[in-house]
Write a protein that binds this ligand. Structure first.
Ligand code: PMP
Length: 424
């Protein structure tokens, strides 16, 4: 029974029972129409209403300013690794082309010759590699535009075992210098590393300022879990299947000045001339924005789930908006880490203190002894604590403390941690 279980899976992850109960009804019969939500047209008024509601609710929760647009795509989180590159490189290239054209006039051959040199020498995409997902994103960028254009400004892997456990201090980052009209096409980071349990405690200082670079952040696993100053970002994205909903959609929050008519993207012909990648149309932000996320068939049921989950937060926290959820998330994480720290002979939290994720709590039991960790997990399952096994690439234990995990659930885990430690 659902009520006997606390599920700690990293994604797909638990969803509020009330939302799933309602979902099971609307799947069969939406608004008494005799057809279900997976059967209605994505272009119907009902679908439009669902889309508008999800946008409004997210806007309210995160206080998203008017000069930002929300997009829904089927890309998953990984699709956005590619989409950020395609789109921001196309903007960067067109800006350079326009500047060169201003200098040399109509001579298209000369413009192209100069542009080739500029791309060759100046195109840089900065990546802060602080865990497995930002590493993957940086590898995708290198695959698309070539490794020489990817500047890994931080590689947080620990010498020796290659594990991600800390974020090096900002004075050690090697960001591409900001120059007037220059600088990197984007600076990318993953706000919360799901596999490694490493979360940025705050927005990095070195990415702020009047001449701030275009920051793209992956918030797949800590979306709507804390307040975010959206204005600091060019693009925020996340797969829905952790804090927001079920698998099937990714959400993108993009600064409108990065969309037409405010800006022009390099044409596919120009990108081909420059040996730069031309992205699939379904990842093209201008196309998705122009069509209100309905360029192709959007899974409206998934958007509905996300809308219901977010509306639940608005109902619960009211004018506190996402701050209300942030307080609970912090409190759940606090009591779990506090218990782990209380028994250093039994538990060891993997990441460093300052970068401990509030969402994915990664720890080892008895120094990572495989049999003991197995026994720990088996004991947890007996208490109805499911999904605690760490990611296969790193092992250990991972408690994913997403929004749908209740404070009561966290207390149940704490009590198991206590019992296990005291009997060990
Ligand atoms: N980014 C992060 C932080 C993730 O945790 C994940 C998935 N666990 C992804 C990206 C990839 O998402 P998807 O599987 O939807 O492509």
């Amino acid at each position: 029974n659902r009520s006997d279980v606390h599920y700690w899976g990293a994604g797909p992850a638990p969803l509020p029972t009330a939302v799933l109960e309602k979902a099971s009804q609307v799947l069969l019969n939406y608004k008494d129409k005799g057809i279900g939500l997976c059967e209605i047209s994505h272009r119907s008024p009902d679908a439009n209403e669902i889309l508008a509601h999800a946008k409004q609710t997210l806007t309210y929760l995160l206080e998203i300013p008017d000069d930002y647009e929300i997009l829904f795509l089927q890309s998953g989180g990984s699709g956005e690794f590619s989409a950020t590159v395609y789109n921001l490189v196309a903007i960067w290239v067109e800006k350079k082309r326009a500047k060169i054209a201003e200098e040399v006039g109509d001579d298209k051959g000369e413009v192209l010759r100069r542009l080739r040199t500029v791309v060759d020498e100046e195109l840089k995409l900065d990546y802060l590699v602080t865990g497995s997902w930002s590493l993957k994103a940086s590898q995708e960028a290198a695959r698309l535009v070539g490794a020489k254009h990817v500047n890994v400004a931080v590689d947080a892997r620990k010498a020796g075992d290659g594990k991600f456990v800390d974020i090096p201090s900002e004075d050690k980052w090697t960001l591409t210098p900001r120059t007037s009209g220059g600088g990197p096409a984007l600076v990318y980071f993953c706000d919360n590393e799901t596999v490694d349990g490493v979360e940025f405690p705050a927005f990095p200082h070195s990415l702020e300022g009047d001449d701030a670079p275009l920051v793209c952040a992956d918030m797949s696993s800590n979306f709507i879990s804390r307040k975010v100053d959206v204005r600091k970002y060019a693009v925020i994205f996340g797969g829905a299947q952790k804090n927001i909903g079920n698998t099937g959609i990714a959400i993108v929050i993009i600064r409108k000045s990065l969309l037409p008519p405010a800006v022009t993207y390099a044409s596919a012909d120009l990108l081909r001339e420059l040996n730069l990648p031309v992205g699939p149309i379904v990842l093209d932000y201008p196309t998705i924005a122009k069509n209100n996320s309905l360029y192709n068939t959007l899974p409206i049921f998934d958007v509905w789930i996300a809308g219901q989950v977010m509306a639940g937060l608005v109902n619960t926290y009211g004018a506190k908006r996402i701050g209300g959820q942030e307080d609970i998330s912090n409190e759940k994480a606090r009591i779990i880490y506090e218990t782990l720290d209380k028994y250093p002979n039994v538990y060891r939290v993997v990441p460093g203190n300052a970068v401990r994720s509030r969402m994915n709590i990664c720890f080892r039991v008895h120094g990572g002894d495989a049999d003991k960790e197995k026994a720990f997990l088996a004991g947890a399952e007996k208490k109805g604590l499911l999904g605690l096994k760490g990611h296969r690439s790193v092992g250990g234990i991972r408690a994913s403390n997403y929004n749908a995990v209740s404070l009561e659930g966290a207390k149940t885990l704490v009590s198991y941690l206590e019992d296990y430690a005291n009997s060990a």
